[in-house]
Design a protein around this ligand. Structure first.
Ligand SMILES: Cc1cc2nc3c(=O)[nH]c(=O)nc-3n(C[C@H](O)[C@H](O)[C@H](O)COP(=O)(O)OP(=O)(O)OC[C@H]3O[C@@H](n4cnc5c(N)ncnc54)[C@H](O)[C@@H]3O)c2cc1C
Length: 600
């Protein structure tokens, strides 16, 4: 039976026919793998997701974690799911063998993770945080820190969080006030409060390893004065056992619109609730050098941004499949040319408008999946040491740099829209809690907010990633797009037509970008950065669709015809939306800038 989470047929097409990830096994790092091992991991993750994650998706939404004043209660199925993944050695799937990892490509891990996210985004959130936390520490931690904290995290005995945000400092991390005071033994004591911390405070693992941003007194102002600390819930004894309770206290749980199954906390550090070694202050251990915390944290944040992107895609994808199944079974009305009430009703999938909603979902979900897997492959290539890797390592790094804000934001917007359309396909039933799609929408609504809001991602794209090194990132992306359009043009026919449209949109984007920067009016250019992000994202995803139809070229059957039709949909209905956006950007419109507070 076909899964209602993600289409495995599509994953295989994207991974093997299009991205040819089996070629990654030519790299020394992945030499012990083969297509068979990649497929076995995907099979396993689908099974685990179906059995241990999907089983409690609705339950963990209805019975969110509660705090009784002493402990936080999470339904038992969450721990069962996390334990199942740990027992299958999947937490360390991308880690090097020196850490006991399976050294799988990130591309495979991203596809594998999509199963968990589609099945239960909340429970998979614990997993994602632990993986990203362990990855950061494995990169920047000392051997002792890796031994003490990473090894148990990879075994599933410890779990991880990222504690950046504070009540007064969300988008603006420069303004955090948590402080870290150096101690004579080389450790630190932290004092402050963190807001919105996911995956913190539960009893499902022996320890929780918080990665906390804080300022060492006397350091430089702003982000340059931020350092990164390991602050465990329990101190760890020399033999690895749990020691005293650290001074990290739960001030309360936040109650969310969606993603309710994962704890979301206000954490107090050093308020004296606990007194390790007889005094207040949360014991913390510096990661790397002082004042370089933001740089280290970006490793985790970039990974988490791709994690948010794949989560958004996964939710869009499962909503699409569920609404597709419903539309095939729900009889309602008759065709516009046959209104005879004596004839049987037709399934709603036969109405053009329902097909429009399903096509849009397919275009968003499969287009988003292509983008996230493409970015994951860039991660693998950017780490490779083989000179013949394609694209080369430097190009892969530049492409990843410019595409990361898009990979986070585009699915957060459009796969959320897919979830809204899934509700619409189900009509009144979609709006009721008896069906899954309303929860998918609520769960997905977080994604444009966390890990850098939509607005912050747009400033990152237009203000940093596009102008970086005189536009080198943009030029690298332009070359990649041009390679695709040239190949499609050679094929002729409809492919050549799509290539011409994409090429025209790209050239216009480049010209508009040059005009915006050439104007010297930075304020006006950045005022419409979200419009830029959205136009940019749609052009990038049109490119992803052209890549897919190229990979499907010459292939016959429903699957490939479906790919071609979804690509047509994207080129006819979606790509044209960018023209008025680019007009607005070109005009350096100042409407938002000139709006005054008192005029609202
Ligand atoms: C469910 C949930 C889970 C989370 N998990 C974690 C976690 O595990 N760890 C963690 O550290 N944080 C976490 N966060 C925090 C999250 O990253 C922040 O909510 C986010 O960064 C936005 O910060 P804020 O909520 O303070 O909003 P604000 O920063 O106050 O933003 C409010 C609005 O103003 C806009 N805005 C702000 N500054 C600018 C600017 N300079 N230019 C233009 N527009 C701007 C924003 O785009 C947004 O629309 C989580 C949040 C939620 C809701």
């Amino acid at each position: 039976m076909q899964s209602m989470l993600i289409s495995r047929r599509d994953l295989d097409f994207l991974l093997f026919d299009w991205l040819r990830i089996d070629e990654l096994t030519k790299q020394e790092r992945f030499a012990e793998h083969s297509r068979d091992t990649f497929e076995a991991v995907l099979d396993l993750c689908e099974q685990l997701a179906t059995r241990y994650f999907a089983n409690h998706n609705k339950k963990s939404d209805a019975q969110e974690p509660t705090f009784d004043g002493h402990r936080v209660n999470v339904i038992p199925e969450v721990k069962e799911a996390l334990d199942a993944v740990a027992q299958a050695d999947l937490i360390a799937m991308t880690m090097g063998q020196q850490h006991g990892g399976a050294q799988l490509p990130v591309t495979v891990a991203q596809a594998a993770f999509a199963w968990f996210a589609a099945a239960n985004i909340s429970t998979s959130g614990y997993l994602m945080l632990s993986m990203a936390n362990a990855n950061l520490l494995a990169t920047f931690g000392t051997a002792e820190q890796i031994d003490t904290f990473v090894t148990p995290m990879l075994a599933g005995r410890f779990s991880g969080t990222m504690a950046l945000s504070e009540t007064q400092a969300g988008s603006s991390l420069a303004d955090i006030t948590t402080r870290a005071e150096p101690q004579p033994d080389g450790s630190y004591r932290l004092f402050g409060s963190k807001m919105w911390i996911s995956g913190a405070e539960h009893d499902m693992t022996d320890n929780i390893i918080n990665l906390v941003l804080a300022k060492i007194p006397g350091g430089p102002p702003g982000t340059k004065g931020i350092s990164l600390f390991i602050v465990p819930k329990y101190l760890v004894n020399d033999d690895g056992s749990s020691g005293a309770r650290n001074d990290v206290a739960l001030a309360g749980l936040n109650h969310k619109m969606g993603q309710r199954g994962i704890t979301n906390t206000v954490l107090n550090f050093g308020d004296g609730t606990f007194t390790p070694d007889g005094k207040p202050g949360a014991v913390g251990y510096l990661v790397g050098e002082p004042h370089r915390g933001i740089t280290y944290m970006f490793t985790m944040m970039n990974e988490a941004r791709l994690g948010v992107g794949i989560g958004a895609v996964a939710l869009g994808y499962t909503g699409y499949l569920k609404s597709l199944q419903y539309a095939r079974q729900r009889p309602q009305g008759r065709t516009v040319t046959s209104k005879d009430p004596d004839t049987p009703q037709i399934p709603i999938i036969e109405h053009a408008d329902v097909k429009r909603m399903l096509l849009a979902q397919k275009a968003y979900a499969e287009g988003g999946m292509a983008l996230l897997l493409y970015c994951a492959k860039l991660v693998d290539v950017s780490h490779s040491v083989e000179p013949e890797a394609q694209p080369d390592r430097d190009t892969a790094t530049m492409l990843l740099d410019i595409l990361t804000p898009v990979a986070k934001s585009w699915p957060s917007q459009w796969c959320l829209e897919a979830n809204s359309l899934a509700i619409q396909v189900l009509g009144g039933y979609g709006y009721s809690r008896e069906y899954d799609v309303e929860q998918h929408y609520r769960d997905n609504r977080l994604n444009p907010i966390h890990e850098g809001t939509h607005g912050i991602q747009s400033l990152d794209l237009l203000g940093r990633k596009v102008p970086y090194r005189n536009g080198a990132n943009l030029a690298a992306l332009g070359e990649a797009v041009a390679h695709t359009t040239a190949t499609a043009a050679e094929r002729g026919g409809e492919l050549a037509g799509m290539a011409a449209r994409l090429d025209a949109s790209w050239q216009r984007l480049v010209a508009v970008t040059a005009g915006m920067f050439g104007s010297g009016d930075v304020e006006a250019a950045l005022a419409n950065s979200v419009v830029y992000l959205e136009a940019f994202g749609h052009i990038v995803v049109a490119w992803m669709w052209l890549e897919q139809v190229l990979a499907a070229h010459g292939q016959h059957g429903d699957f490939y015809d479906g790919k071609r039709q979804a690509a047509r949909y994207f080129f006819h209905y979606e790509l044209p939306k960018t023209a008025p956006q680019l007009d607005l950007l070109e005009s350096l419109d100042r409407t938002t800038l000139e709006m005054r507070e008192g005029w609202f």
